[in-house]
Ligand binder design. Structure first.
Ligand SMILES: Cc1cc2nc3c(=O)[nH]c(=O)nc-3n(C[C@H](O)[C@H](O)[C@H](O)COP(=O)(O)OP(=O)(O)OC[C@H]3O[C@@H](n4cnc5c(N)ncnc54)[C@H](O)[C@@H]3O)c2cc1C
Length: 381
C-alpha cells in the first residue's frame, strides 16, 4: 500500500501559486499529481504579494493574451474552490501633465491593442474610487479587467481543493532533493513519476543549479505594508496605481509620451528610481489595504528592511490616496526571481522535466495561463 502512494504521473515541486496552477492544469487533464512543498505551508512570494491579477501590466500581444487566459482560469478555479475574490478593475491615477499624457495616450492606443480601458475625467474617477486625493487629480485610466484575491487565503486553501476535487497528493514539509527520472528523492523518501515540473520560485540552488546560474537569473526584493481592516466596510474599489507605475509595466512602452514622464521622475525624485519604488494599493476581501512597493535587485537579498523605503512609499501615497484608517499594521518583504528581459523562465533540462519560474512581479497574473501552457507542451507533443 505504501508503494502505491509513492507513484505519480506528474510531480510538482513548489506549493506557491505557480506550482498550484500547474497541479491544477495537470489534474484537470486526468493526471495523478503529487505536489511537494518544502515548508509546512507556502511562505514565498505567493503569500507576500498584492493579490493582483493584473493583465493591464502585460505588453500587447502574446503576454497580454496569456494574462487574459490566465485570468479566465483563475476565475474558473476560484469559483470551483468557492474562494473569494474582488472583480475590482484598476485605476492608474494621473496627477501631473505627463501622467495625464501617458494615460490619455494609452486609453486611445490600448483599444486597438486589445485592452479594455478608457480615460476617466476627475469626477468619474472619484466616483470609481473614494480613496483618490482630489487635489491636482487630472483623471485616470480605468480598466475593468483586473481581479484582486487575498493571496494568503487562496494559497492556503487551493491545495485542499486540489486534493478533494482531483485527488492531488499533497506533501508539505517535504523538499525534493534530486531528480533522476523515473525517481525523485524527497525528504519523505523516494517517489516514482513520469514527469516533473519544478516551480521553486527563487530557489536556484537546490535543483538544476547549473541551469539556473547559466540562465542569468537574479532576485528582486520588495517592501510591503498593510493597514488593518478598514472601518465600516469601507471599500477601496478598483486597485490603485499612480504615475510611478506607468514607468514600471512594459504595457506603457507603447506611449510616445512615456520618456518625458521617466525623465521628469528621474530628475525630480531620483530616490524613487534608486529604490525602484512605485505605489499600488489593493484591498483584501476582509478589508485590509495592502500598500507597496520597492525593487532591489541582486542574488544576495538584504535581510533587513529599510525604513526610508517605507517612508517614501507612504509619502507618495498621501498625494494619491487617503484611507479611513492609515495605521500600518504589518510590514514585510517578499522576493521573486528576476531576469533582465524575460517575463518567465522555462527550461527542459532533460526529458520529462520542466523548470518554470516567473521572472518578474507577475506570477499571480500569469500562473494559471502558464500552468495550462506547460501541460499542453508536455502532454500534447
Ligand atoms: C511583494 C510582492 C508583490 C507582488 N505582487 C504581485 C501581484 O500583485 N500580482 C502578480 O501577478 N504578481 C505579484 N508578485 C509576483 C508573484 O508573487 C510571484 O511571481 C509568484 O508568487 C511566484 O510564484 P512561485 O510559485 O513561482 O514562487 P513562490 O511563491 O516563491 O513558491 C515557490 C515554492 O517552492 C518551494 N520550493 C522551492 N524549492 C523546493 C524544493 N526543492 N522542494 C520543495 N519545495 C520547494 C518554496 O518553498 C516555495 O514555497 C509579487 C511578488 C512580491 C514578492
Amino acid at each position: 500500500m505504501a508503494n502505491a502512494t509513492r507513484r505519480a504521473d506528474l510531480a510538482v515541486v513548489g506549493g506557491g501559486v505557480v506550482g498550484l496552477a500547474h497541479a491544477y492544469a495537470a489534474a484537470k487533464r486526468g493526471l495523478k499529481v503529487a505536489l511537494f512543498e518544502r515548508h509546512g505551508r507556502a511562505r514565498g512570494a505567493s503569500v507576500r504579494n498584492f493579490g493582483l491579477i493584473w493583465p493591464i501590466g502585460q505588453p500587447p500581444g502574446a503576454m497580454h493574451e496569456l494574462a487574459l487566459r490566465s485570468r479566465e482560469l483563475w476565475l474558473e478555479a476560484l469559483e470551483a474552490a468557492r474562494l473569494p475574490y474582488l472583480a475590482t478593475g484598476s485605476l492608474h491615477a494621473a496627477y501631473r501633465d505627463d501622467e495625464e499624457a501617458v494615460t490619455r495616450e494609452f486609453a486611445e492606443l490600448g483599444r486597438d491593442l486589445g485592452y479594455d480601458c478608457r480615460w476617466l475625467p476627475p469626477a468619474e474617477a472619484l466616483i470609481k474610487s473614494p480613496a483618490l486625493v482630489t487635489k491636482h487629480l487630472r483623471g485616470a485610466l480605468w480598466s475593468p479587467v483586473e481581479l484582486t484575491v487575498d493571496p494568503r487565503l487562496v494559497i492556503a486553501r487551493l491545495p485542499g481543493f486540489l486534493a478533494e476535487r482531483y485527488g492531488v497528493e499533497l506533501r508539505y514539509g517535504c523538499a525534493v532533493h534530486s531528480i533522476a527520472l523515473p525517481a525523485i528523492e524527497t525528504g519523505g523518501g523516494r517517489w516514482e513519476t513520469e514527469r516533473v515540473v519544478v516551480c521553486g520560485g527563487d530557489d536556484f540552488e537546490t535543483l538544476y543549479p547549473g541551469v539556473f546560474s547559466e540562465a542569468g537569473l537574479t532576485r528582486c526584493k520588495l517592501q510591503m505594508l498593510r493597514t488593518p481592516r478598514q472601518p465600516n466596510g469601507w471599500q477601496l474599489g478598483p486597485a490603485l496605481a499612480g504615475g510611478l507605475t506607468l514607468r514600471y509595466y512594459p504595457t506603457f512602452e507603447a506611449c510616445a509620451s512615456l520618456p518625458a514622464l521617466r525623465k521628469r521622475i528621474a530628475g525630480e525624485t531620483p530616490e524613487f528610481d534608486k529604490w525602484g519604488i512605485h505605489v499600488m494599493l489593493s484591498q483584501t476581501a476582509q478589508g485590509e489595504v495592502t500598500i507597496g512597493d520597492s525593487h532591489e535587485y541582486g542574488l544576495e537579498v538584504d535581510i533587513f528592511d529599510k525604513p526610508e523605503i517605507d517612508r517614501l512609499i507612504l509619502g507618495y501615497l498621501r498625494g494619491m490616496a487617503r484611507l479611513p484608517d492609515e495605521t500600518i499594521a504589518e510590514r514585510w518583504h517578499g522576493v521573486y526571481a528576476k531576469h533582465a528581459s524575460q517575463p518567465f523562465f522555462a527550461a527542459a533540462p532533460e526529458a520529462g522535466v520542466r523548470l518554470i519560474s516567473v521572472t518578474g512581479g507577475i506570477g499571480m497574473t500569469l500562473a494559471f495561463g502558464l500552468g495550462e501552457k506547460t501541460m499542453a507542451e508536455m502532454l500534447d507533443q
